[in-house]
Design a protein around this ligand. Structure first.
Ligand SMILES: Cc1ncc(COP(=O)(O)O)c(C=O)c1O
Length: 471
């Protein structure tokens, strides 16, 4: 085997990595960059010949670092971007070092077993059916895609249509029910699956973006044939949770008429409430539904990209995803599981390692505390901001999401929100992003990092007030 100077590569990254991680508490959270400036430093034509790898890697570490956003700093509150737990970071380093193709058990049995263990722990922690199946995918988007693929195939199979063999041409109509305030990844997954995103039936959402269960019952009563219902644990704007007990009751009632119904839960943000004793009531009844998607890279603080697709009906999940090729070594039986049968990818990296190490490090109580802390700090944000008299909190802060309306002296609150967000992003103390909700321009706060503490919240509120005081 050709030799390589691995030590030189590690030397090139170790110091910069330690410096970067050490700088997280104080470095600017975000540096708005002109793409021309980045290109001027790292661009240029493709090199004609080789260069020493350690020099290239050291150059990237040096040149790109000033433009990197400090997602894993305790004061990044934009979108729903989770931090990086040290246990997950360690697993990522190992995953890169070992460079395993985790598609097949036979290719890397050890990794496949670690992922199976992580999956068993997840089902236990989230208290979902212990015989449910799961696939480790890139994120919430592909987790929803995977679950809805299983849903589409199962409800059509129930009415005698084999969508895996025949596709959708000539298939019976599938009625897909969504709420008006669904996450954008749901219609996108439906589009990928040939179900279309404008042919869905929309059920009303209430003032907290929760599905109106009465409206769902009304819609269901007028439908015949196969049905998929998409519900949500943790709305991206309000953090709210649908009424899963109510939804399960209505759906079970409809099933007595003989129609196949599959209910999918988009739990990218909120499925983790199942791990918290204090927040568990938000997600009661969800275990009676059929599939669940979530993200380990959000509240569990595993590195990107790490989503999880979980299905009660393992055979439907497998039928929708599995693949065979004559040159592969497929595993049969209970003891071994080929990851490529449970996710849309063929080859993939060993992304389950980060989930394993993070769960093992935190344990059941640690994950619960992680969730509780994010929610407690969210309430601290809400209380402190409202006390300023310059901001109004528009949602009921039941989880880790906060919707803030900035109150402008001239009454133009929408424009003021964008000014505050822009100024605070340039200030660099903290990062917040915006949204349009209920026709209004608002600032969103998402507390999703194990590293965030009370001081981070207080410093961020001070930075926001500096931005707001400029009018
Ligand atoms: C409710 C919800 N669903 C799905 C997603 C998409 O997750 P991902 O970005 O991991 O694909 C998000 C992202 O914030 C979300 O908030």
């Amino acid at each position: 085997m050709k030799e390589s100077n691995w030590k030189a590569i590690l030397d090139a990254v170790t110091e910069p990595a330690l410096e970067y991680l050490g700088s997280l508490p104080e470095r600017p959270v975000y540096r708005p960059a002109d793409p021309k400036d980045v290109r001027a430093i790292i661009g240029g034509p493709l090199p004609e010949g080789p260069a020493p790898a350690e020099e290239v890697v050291a150059g990237l570490a040096r040149d790109l670092e000033p433009f990197v956003t400090a997602h894993s700093c305790g004061r990044y509150f934009g979108f729903v971007i989770g931090g990086l737990h040290p246990a997950a970071y360690g697993a990522e380093l190992l995953a890169a070092t070992w460079d395993q193709n985790a598609g097949l058990y036979a290719v890397t049995p050890g990794v496949a077993v670690v992922e199976e263990v992580a999956l068993e722990w997840l089902l236990d922690l989230l208290d979902l059916p212990r015989d449910a199946s799961a696939g480790f995918v890139t994120g919430g988007q592909m987790a929803t895609f995977t679950c809805l693929a299983a849903a589409r195939d199962a409800v059509l199979r129930d009415v005698g249509w084999d969508v895996e063999a025949n596709g959708l041409q000539g298939a019976p109509q599938v009625n897909v029910i969504v709420k008006s305030e669904k996450h954008a990844t749901v219609p996108r997954a439906l589009r990928y699956l040939g179900l279309g995103h404008t042919s869905t039936i929309e059920v009303a959402s209430d003032h907290e973006s929760r599905m109106d269960v009465g409206d769902l019952a009304r819609v269901l009563s007028g439908l015949q044939g196969p049905i998929i219902v998409c519900v949500e644990a943790g709305n991206v704007n309000t953090g709210s949770f649908d009424d899963f007990r109510g939804i399960a009751n209505v759906v079970e009632d409809h099933r007595t008429k003989g129609a196949p119904v599959w209910v999918h839960v988009d739990g990218a943000v909120g499925l983790w409430a199942r791990a918290s004793e204090r927040h568990r009531t938000l997600v009661e009844g969800l275990e009676r539904l059929d599939s669940w998607s979530t993200d380990a890279h959000k509240l569990l603080n595993v590195a990107y990209d790490s989503g999880i697709a979980i299905c009660r009906d393992a055979s439907a999940h497998r039928a929708a995803m599995s693949v065979h090729a004559s040159y592969l070594i497929h595993s049969e039986g209970e003891m071994a599981r080929d990851p490529m049968d449970w996710n849309p990818e063929f080859s993939r990296r060993a992304r389950g390692l980060g989930i394993y190490t993070t769960l093992k490090t935190l344990g059941r109580s640690g994950v619960g505390q992680l969730v509780d802390r994010a929610c407690d700090l969210s309430r601290r944000f809400a209380t402190r901001l409202e006390a300023t008299g310059k901001a109004e909190i528009l949602n009921d802060v039941v989880f880790n999401q906060i919707l803030v309306r900035w109150l402008a002296d001239n009454g133009d609150n929408d424009a003021f929100a964008d000014r505050v967000i822009d100024r605070v992003q340039h200030d660099g103390t903290a990062f917040f992003s915006g949204t349009t909700w209920d026709g209004r321009r608002l600032m969103r706060i998402s507390v999703s990092d194990w590293a965030t503490d009370e001081d981070d919240v207080d410093r961020s509120v001070d930075a926001l007030m500096r931005a707001a005081s400029k009018g």
